[in-house]
Ligand binder design. Structure first.
Ligand code: PMP
Length: 338
């Protein structure tokens, strides 16, 4: 018989899927690392489990403990699956711009959800960073995960996602493109790939309102760049320790509107029903192509983090898109888009 011991045994070994229509202006072979095949429907299952296992191993997390994390939802799901199987309580702290679906999904897998305002500085006591830290100080036998600075996050991708991509492309990958939030995915995968072949180029997708691109290019952390944006899962107003700027070759910034439009186009034109950062990533790939000019010898891997079902009330809702001014009454988008 062929089975795994519990749901955690199904994490990883996700497929690579060739992009067809949406990358047809790019001569390279473009392959999507399709992370929604993980049991929690996102790449974050990998690091959720790894962060818990490492904390168990060195005693930060003890039997009967409470796991606390500030999470946009996907990490919460990854942590929730591991917490259920291993018998821990989980508290997730979210900002109020996150979709209601994400909050309900976390509650469905047993997490206690705290919602905090988005439009406050990270150091504000109401912010989700501060709230997570405060709860971990107040609740006995609790452990604050801190995916931003926790090295097990990038390590999970160094140990699993990176090697999978290398083996699936038979070492032929030339470029890796992925949205950057905590930095765990880009840093772990990027480090592994560059160790195999230092010529592999690593590109991050950033968003307007975030500090990454400018910091990478100039070393300047520019407060004036920070404002709240719609795109979910990528960009930051802090510099997480998990972003290894040295292994990243470049960033491109994708607008909220473009990310939204391309999220919808992925579903309609490729049958890829994915989250909002996937739309940002495929649009970013086109922008990077304009900058570096991919050739037909290139093998570009783009990683899609999460599933479209978490965004049905937003990017996949016509009224919401119209309110944002991104969808016209006739069902078309901005003049630049189909
Ligand atoms: N896309 C989505 C939907 C995410 O939830 C995240 C994590 N915040 C990312 C992309 C970015 O991944 P990472 O945190 O590993 O940089």
């Amino acid at each position: 018989m062929d089975y795994v011991e519990n749901i955690l045994g199904t994490i990883g070994n996700t497929p690579l899927v060739k992009m067809n229509k949406l990358a047809d202006d790019v001569p390279a072979l473009v392959l999507a690392k399709y992370e929604t095949f993980n049991p929690g429907n996102s790449a974050k299952d990998r690091m959720g489990l790894k962060m818990i296992e490492d904390a168990e191993a060195d005693g930060r997390l003890k039997p009967g403990g409470t796991i606390i994390e500030g999470t946009s939802g996907n990490t919460g799901m990854g942590l929730a699956l591991a917490a259920i199987i291993k018998g821990y309580k989980l508290i997730c702290v979210l900002s109020d711009k996150q979709s209601n679906e994400k909050m309900d999904i976390l509650r469905a897998v047993g997490a206690e959800v705290h919602v905090c305002p988005t439009d406050v500085a990270p150091e504000d006591p109401q912010s989700y960073y501060s709230t997570s830290k405060r709860l971990s100080q107040e609740i006995p036998n609790s452990w604050y995960v801190n995916q931003y600075d926790n090295p097990s996050n990038a390590q999970a991708h160094y140990e699993s996602t990176g090697p999978e991509i290398w083996e699936q492309t038979k070492g032929k990958i030339t470029h890796f493109i992925v949205g950057v939030g905590t930095g765990g995915t880009i840093s772990g995968v990027g480090k592994y790939l560059k160790e195999q072949n230092p010529d592999v180029k690593i590109w991050g997708i950033d968003t307007y309102g975030s500090v990454f691109k400018k910091y990478h290019e100039t070393g300047i952390f520019d407060q004036d760049e920070i404002y709240s944006y719609v795109t979910e899962g990528i960009g930051e107003d802090i510099l997480p320790k998990n972003v290894d700027f040295d292994i990243i070759d470049g960033f491109t910034k994708v607008t909220d509107k473009d990310a939204a439009v391309y999220t919808r186009r992925l579903a309609k034109e490729e049958g890829m029903f994915l989250g909002n950062s996937a739309g940002a990533a495929i649009k970013g790939l086109k922008q990077i192509h304009k900058e570096v000019g991919f050739t037909e010898d290139d093998v570009v891997v783009i990683l899609y983090h999460d599933h479209g079902s978490r965004y049905v009330g937003k990017f996949f809702n016509d009224n919401w898109m119209k309110e944002k001014g991104w969808l016209k009454e006739d069902g078309t988008y901005h003049p630049d888009d189909k």
